[in-house]
Design a protein around this ligand. Structure first.
Ligand code: M6R
Length: 599
């Protein structure tokens, strides 16, 4: 969602901020802007649409400045246009904002009644107007920022560039924010994502909740304060981020494709990592748990569904898999003997974070299956099981899903007090090779994509462990190809969705060796209604060949726990090639954000 980058230092910060914003493009946005100081005055340039629109005016004006803040906006309040784009500014301050001010409407009404004037439809401008009012009442910049922030409800981070000082202030509540210093301490940066700071800073700081970061350019230091203005130790520093690299497509047409192709390598590495990292047992034991509540959104929720059956069978524990956006507003019947297991690539998804906070209040044990270290989820959970998938740039999650399911299996063994990888190493080797075989020859998947991409709609079906893959396959296709796709349990078709079947509808039927006959009879029902059928199923099967319009044969031998991941790689490629046929923006699909930091 919204991206923030701020720079204050001894060099021209404009290229640094623009480069940072371009690295955050993957998160999704609809407009971009910067504010900079020139001759001690604040200036704002902002533009609807792609970052290149902003870059064009910045280049035309030949802007240079050593005090700059920038923003990519993903609209929440107010339509997408230049006025609603950030930064919002006046003579005294420029501000950028990530998140939602929940009491913006009430505050705006009060401020308007006092004669204050607003120019945009955004909630963010309320912060600017109130900040300016507080500052003009005689407070210092720091106290005005703190007082204003305390008046706001909701989860937000702000970066403030004041005219009165050569400093930057950044503050957060349950929204991503990091800051950092260059090697020589001369350049200080703030951002919503450490990825924007790679190469520009040596030391990265992760401020805790309700912490103010003061980027003090006169003294070349960053100080932290609590909401009462007292010095605070509520931050973590992380030198290891210095080794992060800026991702490139490495010859692939899209990041999504590159990330699909990375999977064999990641599978190869993950068992080694867990083998060496988890010689010790973990503090949480399955036998002490009443229930495992697995919570996530989108693809992460699907990964949770993949784990449910196997957890129940092997851990003999009750397992709930919950959508974070629903769980947070229920009054969940949980106990302090439950585990809250949160799955998230980014660790910043607002609904998942809210559930973690809720479970913390309810005294649950908290664990995560997570990709991004230093994220909010990472800090909230007692135990974090990292998936080591590397930066995932494509908005459509691919490699993260694969690694979430694998690490979920390692966690299952750890919960049993067993070695995390011993049972899985052989099968992971098979999985890696089978996926590599698919990746080595995608010609049949490309051909099918070419033949089906104009069809009316797509119904993905699967039974048991392939049902979550049907959901995931449909999600992937709709998000990147903008077509109607639904995922169903194969046995559910006749309870309603079968009404959709006709000659123009494609059913993508996922068939494993398990429950083969049952799944086949569901396919017969589709055939009887003249639906088009694409089967992804066991190889060398004449019945599957005969009943289908298209057949992608797979070798399921020696696969057990991880066969859903194998099938899912076919789904990833099929979505990708259908989207290519459609000519959509695959890495940055319309309306979507990589990290959903608002609810
Ligand atoms: O960062 P998270 O894993 O918490 O994100 C959850 C979902 O927003 C995410 O999986 C989303 O559904 C993806 N775009 C799916 O490809």
């Amino acid at each position: 969602m919204c991206g923030i980058v701020g720079y204050i230092g001894n060099k021209n910060g404009v290229p640094v901020v623009l480069e940072g914003l371009s690295r955050l493009e993957y998160r999704g946005y609809d407009s971009a802007g910067i504010s900079y100081k020139e001759d001690h005055e604040l200036n704002v340039l902002k533009k609807e649409g792609k970052l290149e629109n902003l870059e064009a005016i910045v280049n035309e004006k030949k802007v240079t400045s050593s005090s700059v803040i920038g923003h990519t906006r993903w609209a929440t309040h107010g339509e997408v246009n230049d006025t609603n784009a950030h930064p919002h500014g006046n003579d005294d301050f420029s501000v950028v904002h990530n998140g939602i001010i929940e009491n913006a409407f009430e505050l705006k009404k009060e401020l308007q009644a006092e004669g204050e004037v607003f120019h945009s439809q955004t909630d963010s401008e309320v912060f600017l107007v109130l900040l300016t009012k507080n500052f003009k009442s005689g407070l210092s910049v720091k106290d005005a920022v703190l007082k204003t922030f305390k008046a706001l409800e909701g989860n937000s981070s702000f970066v403030v560039l004041p005219k009165a000082e050569n400093n930057i202030y950044a503050i957060k509540r349950s929204a991503p924010l990091v800051c950092g210093k260059s090697d020589d301490d001369q350049e200080l940066l703030a951002s919503s994502d450490p990825y924007a700071l790679i190469g520009f800073v040596d030391n990265i700081f992760f401020p805790g909740e309700e912490t103010l970061c003061f980027l003090d350019s006169s003294n070349n230091r960053i100080d932290f304060f609590d909401l009462d203005g007292n010095p605070s130790e509520n931050y973590k520093s992380d030198k290891s981020r210095k080794d992060l690299k800026v991702e490139t497509k490495e010859g692939f047409d899209h990041f999504m494709l590159k990330e699909i192709y990375e999977q064999p390598k990641l599978i190869n590495e993950i068992a080694k990592i867990y083998k060496s990292e988890y010689s010790d047992q973990i503090s949480i034991k399955a036998q002490d748990l009443d229930t495992i509540n697995i919570i996530g959104c989108g693809t992460a929720w699907h990964a949770g569904l993949c784990l449910r059956n196997i957890y129940e069978t092997e851990l003999q524990t009750k397992v709930n898999v919950e959508l974070a956006s629903e769980f947070r507003y229920r009054e969940p019947f949980v106990s302090s003997k439950d585990l809250g297991l949160f799955i998230s690539q980014s660790g910043e998804t607002a609904d998942t974070i809210a559930c973690t906070e809720l479970c913390e209040k309810l005294n649950l044990k908290l664990a995560s299956i997570l990709n991004v270290g230093g994220s909010t989820l990472n800090r909230l959970c007692h135990e974090n099981f990292m998936i080591h998938a590397g930066q995932e740039i494509g908005v459509a999650s691919t490699k993260a899903f694969t690694m979430q399911v694998i690490v979920g299996h390692f966690l299952m063994r750890l919960l049993q007090g067993k070695h995390p990888t011993a049972d899985f190493e052989k099968e992971l080797e098979v999985l890696k090779n089978r996926i590599q075989n698919i990746l080595d020859d995608v010609s049949s998947i490309k051909k099918i994509a070419n033949e089906v991409h104009t069809c009316k709609g797509y119904i993905f079906t699967g039974r048991n462990k392939y049902f979550p893959i049907a959901l995931e396959g449909a999600l992937k296709l709709k998000e990147i190809a903008y077509v109607h796709a639904e995922g169903y349990a194969a046995g559910e078709l006749k309870h309603g969705p079968i009404a959709l079947i006709d000659e123009e509808m494609v059913s993508i039927c996922l068939v494993g060796p398990e429950l083969f006959e049952k799944t086949l009879s569901n396919i017969e029902e589709i055939k009887a209604r003249k639906g088009k059928i694409l089967i992804v199923g066991p190889k060398d099967n004449s019945k599957l060949e005969e009943i289908s319009d298209w057949y992608i044969p797979l070798d399921f031998s020696d696969l057990n726990y991880f066969s859903p991941i194998y099938v899912n790689v076919v789904m990833q490629l099929l979505s990708y090639y259908i989207a290519r046929e459609k000519g959509t923006d695959i890495d940055k699909p319309r309306n979507l954000a990589k990290s959903v930091t608002v609810e």
